[in-house]
Design a protein around this ligand. Structure first.
Ligand SMILES: [Zn+2]
Length: 465
């Protein structure tokens, strides 16, 4: 049985899945600047989750939004002297590239806020009709005092929320904790027409309105980083309960932990942002995925270059182990260990430990059993979205190619000459029964985009993709 930690109840709860339809909404990016490691973590850990649900035969409906209008997008596009749409489009493309490189499943629907303005306006109207919002000088606001369960999701105290709220001189809200549903446009800002005045949607209302429009009044899982619990998800919940008081809105709130650098939270205000693409280019999507797999999704995860190098080495052990196998569910024990770990709040670090134990024990097994373990390990990793492809996004330079062959004391002249020498060295290791070194060479050469094909009576061949 699948057990997951629900941020609303603050407890591990058994999940009842109706396999016919599992509705998932994941808060996507505000497309104002390039994706960082934290965005990578959120997309990959929930990708593990969605892939696991699919493995359990669930018919998943997965929606992830794009916030393409927001104060920061307006400010940044003005600084860059471009239209806000242009910045949003450019950054959204960067996110798409990153998701693809990390092999994250494409959502069934990926709505943009600006495409749902009518739905957002109708939703605000519904809240005002219920007397849970008001119009003031600067915009339309949610009246938090009218919602008795406010702060139940985050568990925050009202006075800490108030003291954490920036008080603006122009603030014309009834209470500091009230939040904007619709912001009236200032001079020169983009706007849409509304009965209350020209403006743009607040951040929180877009998710409530798009969830409602696309997935309906109730969903199974609402996911996002735990930095979204307050205020974003708290406010989404308030809006949705205001508009539809008889509905639960979300069955399970799932939140992933943050990325830390030397114990400090990675954030723009700390000035320690790590750009995702830099690491994808250097290590490839699989290694990044494996790094994320090493921490349980709710825990904070430390990030450093050393940890990525370590992930690369460990992942290579797995990919070496399964290199010649076809992914198949052959070993029942290993499969039930897989399910046990995933059912335990997606305990992926435990899963890695179990897999390594099996891999280590397997060295003593006879060939048939060993092959079954290999096939099953590969099967599990493919379920979790690993491709076992080398870093295909990276173009290999001549310098890198030379450097690669130099490690084997081969002077590079052409790929043909260097590979012929490389295969000779490898064959020597095979003859001397140094199979581990030979296997490693076969994996290593994938780094420069060369795949060694199975040996046959004509000898070993290779191809260069
Ligand atoms: Zn959201």
């Amino acid at each position: 049985m699948l057990n997951l930690y629900n941020s609303y109840t603050n407890s591990l709860r058994e999940v009842e899945l109706s396999k016919d339809e599992v509705k998932i909404y994941l808060c996507g990016p505000t497309v104002q600047s390039s994706p960082h490691i934290g965005h990578g973590r959120s997309s990959v850990v929930f990708d593990f989750f969605i892939r696991y649900l699919k493995y359990l035969d669930c018919n998943v409906q997965f929606v992830r939004n794009i916030t393409d209008i927001d104060d920061k997008i307006i400010i940044k596009s003005a600084q860059q002297n471009i239209e806000f749409q242009e910045l949003a489009k450019k950054v959204a493309a960067e996110f798409k590239d990153a998701y693809d490189s990390l092999n994250c499943l494409t959502p069934d629907i990926e709505p943009k806020a600006t495409e749902y303005i009518d739905e957002i306006l109708n939703y605000i109207k519904k809240i005002l009709d219920k007397d849970m919002g008001y119009v003031s000088e600067s915009g339309v606001y949610f009246d938090t005092a009218a919602f008795s369960d406010y702060l139940k999701l985050s568990g925050r105290k009202l006075d800490e929320v108030i003291s954490g709220t920036r008080v603006d001189i122009l603030d014309d809200k009834k209470a500091p904790e009230d939040f904007a549903l619709w912001k009236f446009a200032k001079e020169g800002e983009p706007y849409w027409e509304s009965v209350w005045g020209k403006g743009r949607p607040g951040w929180h209302i877009e998710c409530s309105a798009m969830i409602n429009a696309i997935l309906g009044k109730d969903i199974d899982f609402h996911c996002g980083g735990n930095d979204l619990i307050f205020p974003h998800h708290e406010n989404e919940l308030a809006q949705s309960k205001a508009a539809y008081p008889d509905n639960e809105f979300v069955k399970h709130w799932l939140h992933n932990g943050m990325i830390n650098l030397s114990g400090k939270k990675m954030s723009k205000s700390e000035g320690n942002i790590k750009i995702l693409k830099d690491y994808i280019d250097q290590y490839g999507g699989d290694v990044l995925r494996f790094y994320f797999l090493r921490a349980q999704y709710r825990s904070p995860q430390e990030f450093s270059e050393e940890l990525l190098i370590e992930s690369k080495t460990t992942y290579k052990k797995i990919s070496d182990f399964v290199i010649d196998s076809k992914p198949q569910p052959k070993n029942d024990e290993l499969l039930s260990l897989f399910e046990e770990c995933m059912n335990d709040d997606l305990n992926t670090p435990k899963l890695i430990g179990e897999i390594f134990t099996q891999m280590n024990n397997a060295t003593n097994l006879e060939n048939g059993m060993l092959d079954d373990i290999k096939a099953t390990v590969k099967y599990i990793f493919e379920i979790l979205g690993f491709t076992f492809k080398k870093n295909v996004t990276k173009k290999v330079s001549i310098e890198d190619t030379e450097k690669f062959f130099n490690q084997y004391e081969i002077i590079f002249d052409s790929v043909e000459q260097a590979m012929s020498e490389f295969l000779k060295i490898r064959e020597k290791h095979r003859v001397e029964k140094n199979y581990q070194i030979a296997d490693e060479m076969r994996t290593n050469v994938l780094e420069i985009g060369i795949k060694i094909e199975d040996g046959n009576k004509d000898g070993w061949s290779w191809n260069n993709n």
